[in-house]
Design a protein around this ligand. Structure first.
Ligand SMILES: [Zn+2]
Length: 337
């Protein structure tokens, strides 16, 4: 068995080959009886090739023939160079070879899942044709970047934990996998992000920077302008309601309710300049606005205000137009009710 320097290892992609002295064993994935060593960057992962082949068409095809004695190996174990980052590969291996400490915690229905984990698994399972894993992992993205209005409004209760600018990666994953249902809301988040940061892109754990394409940047700028126009119309509608006396019909605390209405109007008006959640119905916020002394609208005023369709569902109209606003075709959007 050869244990010489792995300077002629087969690679799944081009890239510099590290010297043997630079290679280090991964702390998390080094099974002493593993049957293959994967090399990603300078890190060695000793795992079981049968498991890789069972999940992946690509690995199955690569590993279906017996390992010739002349092939590269380390310490008697065949090696395979991968062009992936160690961090990405580690995420995938956590799915393929779950440890006892993680097996019993993962996938309890609503357990939080980091975006980085989902992103890495989607990219690698797509690359290595691990269809079942890809489908399962994509469900985190389609649940968060939902094509259902009320699901989108409740996205902060979803298992997927998304940080600012990870929407850029979400757009990239939508393109990679041809999942257009993700695009309208992922582009919406991009459009509402800080413009300067958007141009700098999103940096993954391994330092790789993901950028929007020029087409997607254009979609964000045009979409942002249209969203602000639609929001201005919505705000003018609220202004008319604020100015109407009808809300005071039956009011038991006219002075206080006027104060609360001022606070509510201040929120509506400020959202025009703070890029708040442009799809959230105004009525969801009615309970939050208080007059001094922490007093809110009286029941009669709340009932009147909740009777205004433009407060309850006015922004849903923007939701229905979202694919069109961002210039993407999503037939499934029509099924939303
Ligand atoms: Zn009142």
């Amino acid at each position: 068995m050869s244990s010489g320097p792995p300077n002629k290892r087969p690679r799944t992609d081009s890239g510099p080959t590290p010297l043997k002295s630079q290679l280090t064993r991964d702390v998390e994935f080094w099974f002493s009886d593993g049957s293959i060593i994967l090399i990603a960057g300078n890190t060695l992962f000793r795992v079981y090739h049968g498991v890789l082949a069972a999940h992946s068409v690509v690995f199955h095809d690569m590993l279906q023939f017996p390992h010739p004695p002349s092939s590269p190996s380390l310490d008697g174990c065949p090696t395979l160079d991968l062009s992936d980052s160690p961090a990405d590969l580690r995420h995938l291996l956590r799915v393929l070879y779950p440890k006892p400490a993680t097996r019993f915690m993962r996938r309890s229905a609503d357990a939080p899942v980091k975006f980085e984990h989902v992103s890495a698994i989607v990219r690698l399972s797509h690359k290595y044709q691990m269809d079942a894993i890809l489908k399962d992992t994509m469900s985190y993205l389609t649940e968060y970047y939902s094509n259902y209005y009320h699901e989108w409004l409740a996205r902060d209760k979803k298992p997927l934990q998304v940080k600012p600018l990870q929407c850029i990666e979400a757009v990239a994953l939508a393109h990679l996998t041809g999942t257009n249902t993700i695009l309208p809301t992922a582009l919406l988040e991009c459009a509402m992000s800080d413009g300067e940061c958007l141009f700098k892109g999103y940096a993954r754990e391994d330092g790789t920077v993901v950028m929007l394409s020029s087409d997607d940047i254009q979609r964000c700028f045009l979409g942002y302008r249209e969203l602000k126009d639609l929001d201005a119309i919505s705000i003018r509608t609220v202004a008319r309601i604020v100015g109407e006396g009808e809300m005071r019909t039956g009011c038991v605390q006219p002075y206080t309710c006027r104060m609360v209405m001022h606070a509510f109007w201040g929120m509506v008006h400020s959202s025009a300049t703070t890029d708040g959640d442009v799809l959230r119905p105004w009525a969801e916020l009615l309970d939050k606005y208080k007059a001094p002394g922490d007093v809110g609208f009286c029941g009669a005023c709340l009932a009147v205000l909740r009777g205004y369709p433009s407060l309850v569902s006015g922004r849903a109209g923007t939701w229905y137009k979202l694919p069109q606003i961002f210039g993407v075709v999503v037939p499934q959007w029509n099924a939303i009710s």
